[in-house]
Design a protein around this ligand. Structure first.
Ligand SMILES: Cc1cc2nc3c(=O)[nH]c(=O)nc-3n(C[C@H](O)[C@H](O)[C@H](O)COP(=O)(O)OP(=O)(O)OC[C@H]3O[C@@H](n4cnc5c(N)ncnc54)[C@H](O)[C@@H]3O)c2cc1C
Length: 418
């Protein structure tokens, strides 16, 4: 049961987490694992929606296995909510597709490496697990003001009450106010705009739950997606770098409608489909620029810290990874009684050591989208050569291998390899 808020007045916590999305709930799961007293606050009541593509990658599975072993087993059993996904299908501007499995080896235990689940379902699942830990949990209250004192951080809430902590984790998502203290703001070259529209009855969805990314010529450098879900539903959407949206004066809603109604192949798949909502938009703050993501007595995670992958748009797994690192560094800070910016820089180091190489690589791939013929060439080659497909799969599993995309010799070898 959520606490009566009055019980929090004058209480002091080791850690307060603002926001109980994937990043905040993961930080909470980690702190609970370590028995650390903390408060988890969200302005919404769960289940709540979040505009998203709803694709849960292997990173989500990996992080859950680290912070709360057993949860993935439960997800597999919740067949109404979690749709298994084995890979990704890239459609090049020439309309040809290349299927890249998430894993080279399918033998394991028959369990898919990824899932697709509505964020209402996934976030509620994760939040309910966080609630069952050592956290005090309050929902439907917004943090309105944060004051940093010498020995504490004080948080003032929308109902006029307040609480105090040794350290604060900001997991409030793309519209974080605290992020501005670290000069993190919306930068069109490092930010994408996205629209989501749930559908029922889209035809031709992949039986193995492959998610589809379509790089359609008319909307480059943007992309259109169809992600299969449970109960004959699909998450359909469009995304584009915000800089291109404004420079090219693109109306994403119109482009989405045009593809669904008029694209020569895609529109056929929608002829018996029913939209379950109007298209809804949200921003994607991306990790293509390195930022300061901690300071005295606070740490910023997930979208608040701009940690979305610039090529794939993946932010759930990255947010969860940052939530785990935030938990680890809070644990260290409490052990050492050190909450100063210098000490908390350890958090920045861990995040960028893990995600930095991926961000750099994905930023390069994001730029490749501007060269449709190169994209067509890579996909055509991949269709013809199993060896190349296996290499691509391995590349998605390993950042070191992805470096090949930057190496001109890689394309030369492709050219020579019939
Ligand atoms: C169109 C679109 C498609 C996407 N597709 C994918 C995809 O398929 N796969 C993927 O991995 N990622 C995808 N992403 C990115 C993903 O949605 C985000 O990266 C992810 O939600 C980040 O999680 P988070 O916990 O950091 O923030 P959020 O999920 O935004 O959670 C923030 C929480 O903080 C709460 N909050 C906000 N302000 C306050 C406050 N002042 N006080 C208290 N609580 C507060 C909110 O209610 C919310 O619950 C997509 C994003 C968009 C926009």
């Amino acid at each position: 049961m959520p606490l009566q808020f009055q019980t929090l007045i004058n209480s002091r916590y080791d850690v307060v987490i603002l926001g109980a999305g994937p990043s905040g709930s993961t930080a909470s799961l980690y702190l609970s694992q370590k028995g650390i007293r903390h408060l988890l606050i969200d302005k919404c009541e769960f289940p709540r929606d979040k505009i998203c593509g709803d694709a849960l990658s292997g990173k989500v599975v990996y992080t859950l296995n680290r912070v709360a072993p057993g949860l993935v087993d439960e997800m597999v059993q919740l067949k109404e909510a979690f749709h298994p996904s084995w890979g990704i299908s890239f459609y090049a501007p020439n309309g040809k597709n290349l299927e890249v499995p998430f894993k080279t080896d399918r033998s394991t235990d028959g369990r898919a490496p990824g899932f697709i689940a509505s964020r209402a379902d996934f976030d509620n699942f994760l939040f309910s697990k966080a609630k069952a830990g050592t956290a005090d949990v309050v929902t439907s209250i917004e943090a309105n003001q944060v004051d940093f004192e010498k020995d504490s951080v004080n948080i003032l809430f929308s109902n006029g009450e307040s609480t105090t902590a040794s350290i604060l984790i900001d997991a409030t998502g793309a519209h974080s106010k605290l992020a501005r203290l670290l000069d993190i703001k919306m930068e069109p070259l490092h930010h994408s705009a996205g629209l989501r529209q749930y559908y029922e009855g889209v035809e031709g969805l992949d039986a193995d739950g492959f998610i589809e990314l379509h790089f359609i010529k008319d909307i480059l450098p943007g992309y259109f997606w169809i992600f299969p879900m449970t109960n004959n539903r699909a998450n359909v959407g469009i995304g584009m770098l915000s800089d291109s949206v404004s420079k090219k004066k693109v109306n994403l809603k119109e482009e989405l409608k045009k593809i669904i109604e008029h694209h020569p192949e895609i529109s056929n798949r929608f002829k018996n489909a029913k939209p379950l909502e109007s298209p809804r938009g949200w921003g994607l703050p991306m990790g293509s620029k390195k930022r300061n993501i901690s300071s005295d007595r606070f740490i910023i995670t997930g979208d608040a810290a701009s940690l979305i992958d610039p090529f794939t748009g993946e932010g759930i797994g990255n947010g969860m990874i940052s939530g785990r690192f935030a938990g680890e560094v809070c644990e260290l800070a409490l052990q050492e009684n050190r909450f100063d910016a210098d000490f908390l820089k350890e958090y920045d180091k861990r995040v960028y050591k893990y995600l930095g190489p991926e961000f750099r690589m994905s930023h390069q791939l994001q730029k490749m989208v501007n060269y449709p013929s190169l994209f067509n060439f890579v996909v055509n080659k991949g269709r013809k050569s199993k060896e190349f497909r296996d290499t691509l799969t391995a590349m998605f599993e390993s950042v070191d291998l992805r470096k090949k995309f930057r190496d001109p010799r890689f394309y030369l070898r492709l050219l020579l390899n019939k």
